[in-house]
Design a protein around this ligand. Structure first.
Ligand code: KIV
Ligand code: ZN
Length: 387
């Protein structure tokens, strides 16, 4: 069976940048965009041009430098947003306007204080207007995760008729269960006329820690674009993490899906985004966390030393990490100590290892992690005592 390409739509510079306190200047945004393009993303959502002159200018500058990826600008279903987004994208080789409106009852009744009919009218008008400026128009149904499927399908069908090329189905509040989100995508695939002509896109938030699972459920039910951010940054608990969905698809060839991401760049871009946006990556973060390839318990260390695959399902080189690490702590065993000692140039006999291990445990109980320097000191002390 042929493998199916899944498009990666990166919104680090738009949804990701909504994290409090991590504003980037235009030069920094251009650098992030260049790195995203080199990484192989298909679409870069460069910003929300109407939101500020600075954002307008950044989208314009990114549209100018990015050559291969589609450059996308966000707008609400509001005339001046759409016109401004079109203006910012004028120089883009592949421009896309991303426009939309809330469709859940919560949005229709409480936020927009309008009716479903008016929402459909505004959605269609927005897509029709965007279509006057660009061929590629993505429509988002905000809070689609909590919108009833029948109404959602109706809105989607109307905007496809108006010319939308991509249907974005955001789980804006990160509420859906994977089965539910997957079923929603399946329902749309089966009930929206014309859906086969357009791209169905996932856009999941991580409020319940299910953004990656939901995006994958979407893809398994017919979505062919995933919206995500580097390190999963974004408002509240963040967005789907790009590195996670890409590696899920890569490590499961049985799913018959692939992306064009050069996974060896994942670690470097994660660090760059974390440092530039000043959002630290949690150490246990999948794929790019500092501990993602670190082994510290004796049982695991013994297994990894004998065969890396015992406890590693990803080759660290595939995500740009030089090697996995054996962290020496009071939970480490003799195998890990002997392994590290050998790397440092000390070949120990069984008896010598027993003596050094006892000393090692004394040091390890006092420190969180035993460093190479500590090991040199232990061996040198033993040698002096022996003399
Ligand atoms: O989460 C969301 O609904 C969004 C839309 C604006 C696309 O970010
Ligand atoms: Zn979002």
């Amino acid at each position: 069976m042929d493998q199916q390409k899944i498009q990666i739509f990166d919104t680090t510079l738009r949804d990701g940048e909504q994290v409090p306190g991590c504003k980037l200047n235009t030069a920094e945004k251009i650098e992030v965009a260049k790195r995203l393009e080199a990484l192989g993303v298909d679409v870069i959502e460069a910003g929300f041009p109407i939101s500020s002159p600075g954002d307008f200018h950044s989208v314009q500058a990114i549209a100018d430098v990015v050559k291969n990826a589609t450059v996308c600008g966000l707008s609400r279903a509001v005339e001046k947003d759409i016109v401004t987004a079109a203006d910012a994208l004028r120089k883009a080789k592949r421009p896309r306007i991303h426009t939309g409106i809330g469709t859940s009852d919560s949005h229709v009744i409480h936020k927009l204080r309008t009716s479903r009919e008016k929402v459909v009218e505004r959605a269609v008008a927005a897509v029709s207007l965007a279509k006057k400026y660009v061929e590629d128009v993505e429509f988002y149904a905000e809070d689609a995760g909590r919108t009833d499927n029948e109404f959602l399908a109706f809105v989607c069908e109307q905007v496809v008729k108006a010319g939308a090329t991509v249907l974005n189905i955001p789980d804006t509040t990160g509420y859906c269960l994977p089965e539910e989100y997957g079923a929603k995508i399946k329902y749309l695939r089966e009930n929206v006329k014309g859906v086969h002509k357009v791209t169905l896109s996932t856009h999941c938030h991580n409020d319940l820690g299910m953004a990656t699972a939901n995006s994958i459920a979407g893809v398994l039910n017919g979505a062919t674009q995933i919206e995500c951010t580097i390190n999963g940054i974004g408002e509240r608990a963040g967005n789907t993490a790009l590195e996670e969905v890409v590696m899920v698809l890569r490590q499961h060839p049985d799913l018959n899906k692939f992306t064009d991401i050069d996974t060896r760049q994942l670690n470097a871009i994660s660090r760059y985004v974390s440092e530039t946006m000043r959002v630290p990556v949690q150490p246990n973060k999948a794929i790019v966390g500092a501990n993602a390839f670190a082994h510290s318990s004796g049982i695991h260390q013994d297994g990894v030393i004998k065969n890396r695959e015992t406890y590693e399902i990803i080759n660290p080189l595939d995500v740009g990490v030089d090697h996995s690490s054996i962290v020496l702590t009071a939970r480490s065993g003799r195998a890990a100590l002997a392994y590290r000692m050998k790397n440092l140039g000390y070949e120990l006999t069984r008896d010598e290892l027993d003596v050094v291990y006892a000393e090692f445990l004394r040091v390890a109980d006092d420190k969180k992690e035993v460093e190479d320097e500590d090991l040199h000191q232990i061996v040198e002390y033993r040698q002096k005592v022996a003399v």
